[in-house]
Write a protein that binds this ligand. Structure first.
Ligand SMILES: Nc1ncnc2c1ncn2[C@@H]1O[C@H](COP(=O)(O)OP(=O)(O)OP(=O)(O)O)[C@@H](O)[C@H]1O
Ligand SMILES: [Mg+2]
Length: 1246
């Protein structure tokens, strides 16, 4: 019944994602059957499942993938990695996977040439393409550029940087002198600043920003290197599998015998400072060239270390040549090597307790005397003075004797060791600064117009033990991540908004809160550290407590016991802190923070160095600004110096155009052809590339202002097209090239392209002249067509306006006619009514005449009198007729006057007649009088009726007025309702924001967990799954059981509803729910099953919609859009209320609404159809779709649930749609006409 053969990607801790088929829709998780053998069936959270396509993907730009999500991103990168295609794009960001092997011709000179002047996307992705883009952007936009190379240790940043520099220096022609010097900086910097670590044989232990400067003609004129944070602790100690800086081994293995003799250099295991791994990097050939006396015991036993790019024997020669090429003569080079040797010998100076000293001081051991001798010689000081400086400290007395007297305080063994190590670190780090300054001096520039800077700085670091170095580097990574977020995600979305492209907003985690935590001036960790250092007796315990006190309750910082790793939980609250970085939680132990933050030497050593006779030493310490003599308060701490340097760097980056390269380490074994999906996925998510991909699923990575696009291509076009305005030109070109209209958009100032489209456009524009001719032809056609359309449109508009004017005129005339008629009638009605009334008197006269004719006497006189009256009537009518403005009273006056006269006459006649006629005649006269009376009454009745009509009209006018007032009142109430709804919506939005913040925190938890897992795997440590303790000692439930917690909002909302319900259906299978619906007789259970069943359908459809294919927009529409959209508008409370309403059971309702298939052409009538639904209770039982020229689609619940509307009746809003509801027989008639079987009422429900 349930057909869920969807191919999906499901999250897997090791592989990142594995492919499988969806087999069950559970309440909170879906069941997946992996397609590859060897993997178990599993349940996954819905947020960890993404759709997959059948074919193996292999795309240059990840934005071209069918589905854009982190799983397909990982899959594409992995597939390509195994085909030796290590580069891909996410929009304009390059992802580089470290191949750990040489790929043929990938970086050859010919390859460099092939990338020259090519837009991104024209050639396969490459670091060279990014370098070329930087050069082109610099030329076109006239802005300096930065290329930020990031990634974790061993991901390939330094290698990528080298290739970038090679391209920047080499792309035009063979490298000149300046370019060669810039390239020479690499072996020098690597010899002094790189070392073998467990994660990378050639790990850069410092950060660098290399600037290549150009003049106005874009020729390389110089370079400049800034370096950051050399790891000093490595100079004195390394873990067993790691080595000190390469230079020490280069000297031991590769320096000529004479030089080694001069500096008494032996084999690595002779030196305490090389106590870690003592093997050399050497090939089988060079291993033979190194004498056994130069090799450590370990090396002889285990053989050499192997790395394709490292060879201690050869590298010394290369270093020496590079140093000489940057202008150092032999003596200077020797002096430099001398300082390196001095560090080695210094390390061998050992101390023991001095039994002769009563104050617990120490002395140098007998067997270390020789090292003291050599070291002092190399430093250029007297051995006695060095001994003194290492074993005692000068102090100025404050009380007691004479104030200011200098006294010597003997040092204890540990203090002396610390002093020795401090001196060694100072020597080496000064030497490193000096070497960098020498390189900078060798590539000076006077006039630089622009530069391209490449930033290679250590990625995010986490070890079992983390100290100030990791703290600084992780802080730096937070700043760079923020820069990336602002630059790529925030600015991009801003631009879409400004240009009105209507692209949905993408959420990303803002890490500003961590940056505040570290650098805020008031109580940031750096500030607290500096303040602690200024105290008379600084202590790391106090410092740590201060940090916790200042940031108590901040989500980003916790006590060490909140860590998932057991080793961190053993730290006391005041021995460290845990910071939840964007890439995962790191626990820092603070016990060395204060010492490491202050790299100043103590006074005796300072004096010793100041007085050294060695010229090199003088140069190294010439700019000493960390002198203790300046007092504690004025020292510049390592932390604040780094903070300042970083700010300067960020300022530069802000001003420049930026390009990003994200390096990915494919495995932790540093080997080729091995891809650990989980490891790579973590890096992709942490580097923000997954978020960019999400943004790009809607976004437009390439954009060009109209004018620029016009300028770029106008030379390819004939004269008549060049005349076009830039915007018209762009519209004409793009519309006539047969590009998919979804692949570009017109903003207000620019045209935007989907990934890959710009290249397609560029390719077409630059194609051969024949093809171009066709295009020009098309453009002309388009122009003609669009102008024709415009003119037709204008003509239609004019005609419409004309018709409207005619119509309006007619209306005006009609209105005039009616009003005039009414006015005339009002004016003349009393007149003609008066005339009728007056005329009516003639009838009386006639009757009187008849009577008079019966008179024998005075007949003529009487007749004459009657005639008189008749004439008076004529006169009165004439007066009424001739006087238009006659008043009705006047007319009534005439009437009454004439009536009176007639009456009087009648009386007279009556009297006369009485005299001659008998009583019968009198009776007849009375009859006449009665009749006249009746007429009078009728007249009065008529007048009363007219008055009444008048009264009714007045009342109606009043009613109309009242209705208008009520209407206004109703509008006011509606406005109030609308405002209340807005308030409610704002509140809901606020809740949604809080929820999104909660989800971000959960995502952070997952990263922390993954990081801890990796670290535990690397260091054989253990993970503690028990809930971590919060500050008050109660288990912190938010930090535990992370898998369960990462849930979509929909699921959590539904869980709350489920929690309140009688039946717990969360463990029920999807098919079991369906069976219960079909078979259960328990009405309540049945209803609960129906709700749960449709809820799961809803979550599933929502997931599908969220993860839809990039190319299709609205496939699988299960109900007309108006219905689906209504579900989104209705508040959750109403939805819940309605879906749990028992009254809704067993009511059948039928609906019919128009339905237009969204994939159809809107102008095509064949797509218009009808959508029918029969709701049995809350949910749809039968559904039917009828389109004129398509077979009808009839669907039945229980069989076709996946294609049917999953919404409850209330959610569809159908009941509120006017005219949507139809009668049962209307539905059934259509249903049966299209072959549907009669509906069986289930389970006795009707
Ligand atoms: N493009 C490449 N082709 C071949 N090998 C590479 C490439 N990139 C890196 N590698 C190999 O990976 C090793 C580590 O690379 P790299 O030193 O550049 O890492 P990184 O990111 O700079 O690490 P760290 O942060 O420790 O300095 C190199 O020594 C080299 O062997
Ligand atoms: Mg490096």
């Amino acid at each position: 019944m349930l057909d869920l053969a969807d191919l999906v990607w499901a999250r897997d801790p090791n592989e990142g994602y594995i492919q499988g088929k969806l087999s069950e829709l559970g309440a909170h998780e879906y069941e997946i059957i992996p397609t590859e053998k060897g993997y178990q069936k599993r349940s996954c959270n819905i947020d960890d499942i993404f759709p997959s396509c059948e074919n193996k993907s292999d795309h240059d730009d990840n934005c071209e993938l069918m589905f854009l999500n982190e799983a397909t991103l990982l899959d594409n990168i992995k597939n390509r990695y195994y085909k030796d295609k290590i580069y891909t794009y996410v929009a304009n960001i390059l992802i580089a996977v470290n191949p750990y092997k040489e790929i043929k011709d990938l970086y050859s000179k010919a390859t460099i040439k092939s990338y020259n002047g090519k837009s991104i996307g024209e050639m396969p992705p490459h670091v060279y393409a990014i370098a070329d883009k930087a050069i082109r952007d610099m030329r076109v936009l006239k802005v300096s550029q930065s290329i930020i190379v990031s990634g974790e240790s061993g991901a390939g940043k330094t290698e990528s940087t080298k290739y970038l520099l090679r391209y920047l220096c080499d792309s035009v022609e063979a490298a000149g002198q300046i370019e060669q010097k810039i390239l020479d900086s690499n072996p020098i910097l690597e010899a002094f600043g790189n070392a073998k670590t467990i994660r990378n044989n050639n790990s850069s232990r410092f950060g660098k920003f290399i600037e290549v400067h150009y003049d106005t003609k874009y020729q390389v004129v110089g370079g400049f290197i800034s370096h950051y944070l050399l790891e000093k602790s490595r100079i004195c100690t390394q873990s067993l599998e790691e080595r000190n800086y390469h230079i020490f081994y280069l000297l031991c293995a590769g320096a000529p015998q004479s030089l080694r003799d001069k500096f008494h250099i032996g084999k690595p295991d002779d030196y305490r400072y090389l106590a870690g791994c003592t093997q050399y990097f050497a090939s089988s050939i060079t291993d033979k060239q190194i004498q056994n006396t130069q090799k450590s015991k370990d090396h002889i036993q285990k053989g050499s270390l192997k790395d394709p790019i490292l060879d201690d024997f050869i590298d010394f020669k290369e270093l020496d040549q590079a140093l000489s090429r940057i202008g150092l003569n032999e003596s200077m080079r020797t002096e430099i090597y001398g300082i390196v040797a001095a560090v080695l010998h210094l390390g061998n100076i050992a101390f023991e307790e001095n039994p002769e000293d009563t104050r617990g001081g120490c002395r140098i051991m007998q067997e270390a005397e020789i090292s003291l001798e050599i070291a002092s010689k190399l430093i250029g000081c007297d051995s006695f003075e060095l001994r003194q400086a290492l074993t005692s400290r000068v102090m100025q007395s404050k009380g007691g004797g004479v104030k200011g007297t200098i006294i010597m305080v003997p040092l204890k063994i540990q203090e002396a060791k610390n002093a020795r190590d401090a001196l060694a670190k100072a020597l080496y780090s000064r030497l490193f600064d000096f070497v960098v300054s020498l390189i900078n001096q060798s590539i000076p520039f006077q006039k630089s117009s622009y530069y391209i800077g490449v930033l290679d700085i250590a990625g995010f670091e986490y070890f079992p033990q983390n100290s100030l170095e990791q703290f600084c580097i992780n802080y730096c990574n937070e700043k760079l991540q923020k820069f990336f977020n602002d630059n790529i995600l925030a600015n991009e979305q801003d631009l879409y908004k400004r240009e009105g492209l209507n692209v949905p907003e993408i959420k990303f985690t803002d890490n500003q809160d961590i940056i505040e935590l570290i650098e805020s001036k008031a109580n940031g960790i750096f500030t607290l550290l500096d303040e602690e250092s200024k105290l008379p007796k600084p202590s790391f315990v106090h410092f740590t407590s201060e940090v916790h006190a200042a940031w108590n309750g901040h989500f980003r910082i916790s006590l060490p016991r909140a860590s998932r790793l057991k080793i961190h939980r053993s730290l006391r609250d005041d021995e460290g802190f845990l910071i939840r970085h964007f890439a995962g939680a790191v626990c820092y132990s603070t016990n060395q923070f204060i010492e490491k933050n202050n790299d100043a030497l103590h006074a005796s050593l300072e004096c010793l160095i100041q007085e050294s006779g060695n010229s090199m030493m003088k140069k190294l310490f010439s700019s000493n600004n960390n002198s203790v003599t300046k007092g504690k308060l004025s020292f510049i701490s390592v932390g604040s110096k780094f903070k300042t340097q970083l700010q300067e760097l960020m300022d530069k980056l802000e001003k420049n155009g930026t390009n990003f390269i994200r390096c990915i380490k494919p495995n932790s074994r540093m080997t080729d052809h091995e891809f650990e999906g989980g490891l790579a996925l973590n890096q992709l998510i942490c580097s923000g590339t997954a978020s960019v991909l999400e943004l790009m699923s809607f976004g437009f990575p390439s954009r060009v202002p109209f004018a620029e696009l016009y300028n770029m291509y106008k030379s390819y076009l004939p004269a008549d097209l060049i005349k076009l305005a830039p915007r018209t030109f762009c519209e004409a070109m793009l519309h006539s090239l047969n590009l998919n209209s979804k692949d570009f958009k017109f903003g207000i100032t620019k045209v935007f392209f989907r990934p890959g489209t710009y290249v397609q456009f560029d390719r077409i524009m630059k194609s051969d002249p024949e093809n171009l001719k066709v295009i020009v032809q098309n453009v002309k056609k388009w122009l003609v067509r669009s102008r024709w359309k415009k003119s037709v449109h204008c003509a239609i508009c004019v005609i419409k306006i004309k018709n409207r004017m005619i119509y309006k005129n007619k209306c005006v005339v009609k209105a005039q006619k009616i009003i005039r008629g009414w006015l005339a009638r009002r004016q003349h009605r009393p007149r003609y009514k008066g005339i009728i009334k007056v005329n009516a008197l003639r009838k009386n006269l006639k009757e009187m005449e008849t009577i008079v004719n019966q008179l024998k006497n005075e007949r003529d006189t009487m007749l004459k009198q009657l005639k008189d009256i008749d004439q008076q009537i004529d006169t009165a009518i004439k007066k009424i007729k001739s006087n238009e403005k006659i008043k009705s009273q006047e007319i009534d006056g005439y009437y009454f006057m004439l009536n009176g006269k007639a009456n009087q006459q009648m009386n007279t006649i009556k009297i006369k007649l009485q005299e001659q006629k008998n009583a019968e005649e009198q009776e007849r006269l009375r009859q006449i009088q009665l009749k006249m009376e009746a007429e009078r009454k009728a007249k009065e009745e008529e007048e009363r009726r007219i008055r009444e009509e008048e009264e009714n009209r007045r009342k109606k006018a009043e009613m109309e007025l009242r209705r208008k007032q009520e209407e206004a009142e109703r509008l006011r109430l509606e406005e109030e309702d609308r405002r209340a709804a807005l308030l409610l919506q704002a509140q809901l939005e606020k809740e949604a924001q809080e929820d999104s913040k909660y989800r971000q925190q959960l995502e952070q938890e997952r990263r922390d967990h993954e990081l801890a897992l990796r670290l535990a795997q690397e260091s054989n440590g253990q993970i503690d799954e028990s809930p971590t303790m919060s500050r008050n000692g109660t288990p912190d439930m938010a930090l535990s059981n992370h898998n369960r917690l990462i849930r979509s909002e929909a699921i959590r909302a539904q869980q709350q509803i489920i929690g309140k319900q009688k039946y717990d259906l969360s463990k029920w299978k999807y098919s079991e729910l369906r069976d219960a619906i079909n078979t259960s007789c328990d009405i309540e259970l049945l209803e609960a099953c129906r709700h749960e069943f449709h809820r799961r359908l809803k979550v599933y459809h929502a997931w599908k919609a969220k993860n839809r294919k990039r190319t299709t927009m609205d496939e699988n529409e299960r109900a007309p859009r108006s219905v689906m959209e209504n579900a989104g508008k209705i508040p959750l409370r109403t939805q819940q209320k309605s879906s749990s309403d028992p009254n809704s059971v067993s009511i059948h309702r039928y609906f019919r609404i128009p339905f237009m298939r969204p994939n159809g052409n809107t102008n095509d009538n064949t797509n218009r159809g009808w959508w029918y639904a029969h709701f049995d209770g809350s949910y749809v039982a039968r559904q039917m779709e009828l389109h004129a020229e398509k077979p009808p689609i009839l669907l039945i619940a229980g069989v076709d649930d996946m294609q049917m509307c999953e919404l409850s009746l209330e959610e569809t809003g159908l009941t509120r749609k006017r005219g949507a509801e139809i009668l049962e027989h209307e539905f059934n008639r259509e249903w049966e006409r299209h072959g549907g079987k009669p509906y069986k009422v289930q389970n006795g429900k009707s």
